[in-house]
Design a protein around this ligand. Structure first.
Ligand code: PEP
Ligand code: MG
Length: 595
């Protein structure tokens, strides 16, 4: 048994068999077959070997003709593997004894052979291992046909382990047999983590080398609450985790049920809990989780859905109408396109490689750079808002009052153009900004005079303020919402927004963690927007909390000198105030990862 620590996304516990997903060519999972299918499967394996032989012979001839026979000998060696009766016989025996598909059987035999080559440590065998791997990939590809991941055939529960998965990979993990995933890279506020939470998938990220520590078929426990992975657990640990998993499920079910009641603290402060969504149909589940509206619709995921094309004006219009209609009369905040950084699906947009994509052409800058795309989105939005009074619009990555004014003027010009065409649009739409760049935060007083509302994007705000790439697991430990500078910046934004009488909310991941949500409430914030699955937990926190007591127990947050002092004080305060044991556990384990 081995325990590895990383960054958990607090979406539950999963226990299952590993499927190592390093690259699509080598992805194989176990598919069982009936005893009477063994013969046909063995035949299919023979045919795959024949096909591989044909393909390699063709390559050998090609190489021989083009660059000379002396180079073709490599493929001669590859062909010899296909005659290796040991490899073939063992695979067939595996199919017969385990009643599984040929690709799984072959992969198991291949991996064990490769390991033996590796253990010999002799350079000759290392090279032979590479040849064998190459031939193996070819055979696996033939056996799997055109279905690279093959998730549609998945008929057993698995936990995916890999180096890193992008947000678009994660959407393909939406399959009841995929119990969760673990990665070497990544952190709490990456979009991969955000999508995983939205799908309710337990995940632990930033484990550095988990993809080298496990093999397909190993049993692991993913504890996304504590941010731990247990590899090949012993019976006692397994039994304990099965219990915790069941308890977690029971607690969440109880919290969901309680969301029928309003989120009001014990001392009468009402807190509005909204949801962040990436996919329109999440609006429905968000309401089931007890959200009272959508605080952030990340429309870049609509672009992802249609990539490499762009959504048409009608698609924008229909999508926004669908969401607004679903949650009416509750509010919906639609954020305009926020591509860039790690969220890049349309490479055609900008130069092939930006040196610093997170500080490059992203968010509203990209919209102003490609006004054609921005215009199409705004047209759909203005039409949808004419029909749905609950829609409001928000712009990402605003850095100054000037930039906001430029955007507002552009919205106005699009509205003029549509009115001239006789379109039915809404002109007096509420326009808000994400406060996610330190410069915008510091001029919050000036911005508050211009905009209709603020939404604090703590994920980016902390990234830019503390100079920490939110996706880099090596510096993730520095990503600290309790950093005294961050606390002061948050207070400034909240106070200035409130002083100007505008609505202020937080839609960054901070809002979904009990410990940080408590900090935000202590600072006076009463609008929190988070991934839908976190709403019941935060709802529970709000109802358990006496805010005036918290303020009495935890001194003014801006007075702390270090992040650790603030964290300790909040943990202690909540520990004293909250009754439920399992819930305390969430507080203990949320917080900065130790260095
Ligand atoms: C944020 O930066 O906090 C935010 C909510 O936006 P995103 O995570 O989509 O960048
Ligand atoms: Mg952001």
């Amino acid at each position: 048994m081995e325990v590895v620590e990383g960054v958990g996304i607090a979406s539950g516990i999963a226990i299952g068999e590993v499927l190592l997903l390093l690259d699509e060519e080598t992805v194989v999972f176990k598919e069982n077959i009936d005893a009477d299918q063994v013969e046909a499967e063995t035949k299919r394996f023979d045919e795959a070997i024949d096909e591989a032989r044909k393909q390699i012979s063709a390559i050998k001839d090609q190489v021989s003709n083009k660059i000379g026979e002396e180079h073709a000998f490599i493929f001669e060696a590859h062909l010899l593997f296909l005659d290796d009766q040991g490899l073939i016989k063992e695979t067939k025996q595996y199919i017969a004894s385990h009643h599984c598909k040929a690709q799984w059987a072959f992969n198991q035999v291949l991996l064990s052979l490769l390991q033996q080559f590796d253990e010999l440590g002799d350079p000759y065998f290392v090279e032979r291992g590479k040849d064998l791997e190459d031939v193996g990939k070819r055979i696996l590809k033939i056996l799997k046909g055109d279905d690279p991941f093959g998730f549609q055939n998945l008929n057993q529960d698995i936990i995916i382990v890999g180096s890193e998965f992008g947000p678009s990979n994660i959407t393909t993990f939406d399959n009841p047999n995929i119990l969760g995933f673990a990665t070497d890279l990544g952190g709490q506020t990456t979009h991969t983590a955000i999508i995983a939470k939205a799908l309710g998938l337990p995940a632990v990220l930033g484990l550095h080398d988990i993809s080298h520590r496990v093999n397909s078929g190993d049993i692991i426990i993913l504890d996304s609450i504590k941010g731990k992975v247990v590899i090949n657990p012993d019976a006692k640990t397994l039994a304990e985790y099965r219990k915790s998993k069941a308890a977690y499920k029971r607690d969440i079910a109880r919290y969901i049920k309680a969301t029928e009641k309003d989120a009001i603290t014990k001392d009468g402060q009402s807190v509005s809990l909204l949801a962040n969504i990436e996919i329109p149909h999440e609006a429905e589940s968000a309401m089931k989780f007890g959200a009272r509206g959508i605080g952030l619709y990340r429309t870049e995921f609509l672009f992802l859905h249609y990539a490499p094309d762009f959504p048409s004006e009608d698609i924008h219009y229909e999508t926004y109408c669908q969401i607004a209609g679903h949650v009416a009369p509750e509010p919906v905040t639609i954020r305009t396109l926020d591509l860039g950084g790690e969220k890049f699906f349309h490479r055609a947009f900008v130069k092939e490689k930006e040196l610093n994509p997170v500080m490059g052409l992203r968010g509203v800058r990209l919209c102003l750079f490609r006004k054609d795309i921005f215009r199409t989105q705004l047209r759909g939005l203005l039409r949808a808002a004419a029909l749905h009074a609950n829609i409001r619009v928000m712009f990402p990555l605003i850095t100054s009052v000037d930039e906001f004014k430029t955007v507002r003027a552009f919205v106005s010009s699009v509205a003029d153009e549509m009115q001239a065409e006789g379109q039915n649009i809404r002109r007096n739409l509420d326009l808000g900004v994400m406060i996610e760049v330190p410069s915008a935060a510091l001029v919050a007083d000036h911005l508050a005079a211009e905009v209709d509302f603020f939404s604090i994007g703590s994920n980016d705000l902390i990234q830019y303020f503390l100079a920490i790439d939110r996706a880099n697991d090596d510096v993730n430990y520095l990503y600290d919402p309790f950093h005294p500078g961050v606390i002061r910046l948050l207070k400034h934004i909240i106070d200035e927004g409130h002083r100007a009488g505008i609505d202020v909310s937080c839609c960054g991941e901070m809002a979904s963690s009990p410990l940080y949500a408590a900090l935000l409430m202590h600072l006076g914030l009463t609008n929190l927007s988070m991934n839908p699955a976190s709403v019941p937990t935060i709802h529970h926190l709000v109802r358990e909390l006496n805010l005036s007591e918290l303020r009495r127990l935890v001194p003014e947050p801006t007075s702390f000198m270090t992040g650790d002092a603030a964290r300790t004080a909040f943990k202690q305060g909540l520990r004293n105030l909250l009754k439920v044991k399992s819930y305390k556990h969430l507080i203990e384990n949320q917080g900065r990862k130790a260095t």
